[in-house]
Design a protein. Structure first.
Ligand code: GDP
Length: 197
């Protein structure tokens, strides 16, 4: 998909404040520092559409971007911050879960994980919750350039094996690097194929 236009629409602190759900929507989520902003910017061919996070846990808002005047890209606040208070964390979680469960035009959720890490409990639990809630999601592995060739695929295979211990089928997986602008095209291809209402 050629990105002709990518515009910031609004930031919302509640799911009810999100733009009208009139066009297909694709959301990106992951732990802080996973490389979400970098990947969004790389995919959109934009230096600073999504703000790369200096202070983990600061952004507690849902950010909507209108792409090609056809679909929304949504940048969700990260989950699993260690450095914020329990009540702040609860607020994040409520915002995210309410958005995910109520957003009618949400086509797919892209869950980002750092390809260098072994499967983390918090990510697995989040994916489990998505599955139980009937939310379609894919896994996006980030920072593939940080591993030697073959290393990323090996880690993805390990991840898949872990998931298949509890799942009948593994979700769609993408291996990406914002740094090398890799993998984003496949995500955009999927979006292009599914964003027609
Ligand atoms: P966010 O908190 O998930 O939005 O993460 P950021 O996009 O701000 O990235 C966190 C850190 O990881 C920054 O220092 C980025 O430069 C770095 N980073 C993000 N993506 C990549 C990547 O594909 N390759 C490499 N080598 N570093 C990356």
């Amino acid at each position: 998909m050629l990105i002709k236009t990518a515009e910031f629409v609004k930031s919302s602190g509640k799911w009810q404040e999100c733009p009208d759900a009139t066009i297909p929507e694709y959301a990106f989520i992951g732990r802080s520092n996973v490389g979400k902003s970098s990947l969004i910017n790389a995919m959109m061919n934009h230096k600073d559409l999504a703000k790369t996070s200096q202070t983990p846990g600061k952004t507690q808002l849902i950010n909507h971007f209108l792409i090609n005047e056809e679909w929304y890209l949504t940048d969700l606040p990260g989950y699993g911050y260690a450095r914020v208070s329990k009540s702040t964390r609860k607020d994040f979680e409520k915002l995210i879960t309410n958005y995910i469960l109520n957003r009618k035009n949400l086509v797919n959720l892209f869950v980002l994980v750092d390809v260098r890490h072994t499967p983390q409990k918090i990510d697995l639990e989040f994916m489990q919750w998505c599955g139980e809630s009937g939310i379609p999601f894919s896994i996006v592995f980030t920072k593939a350039d940080k591993l030697k060739p073959g290393g990323a695929q090996r880690n993805v295979d390990t991840y898949e094996t872990e998931l298949l211990k509890t799942w009948e089928e593994a979700p769609q997986m993408y291996i990406t690097s914002a740094e090398k602008k890799q993998g984003g095209d496949e995500i955009l291809k999927y979006i292009e194929q599914t964003n027609q209402y």
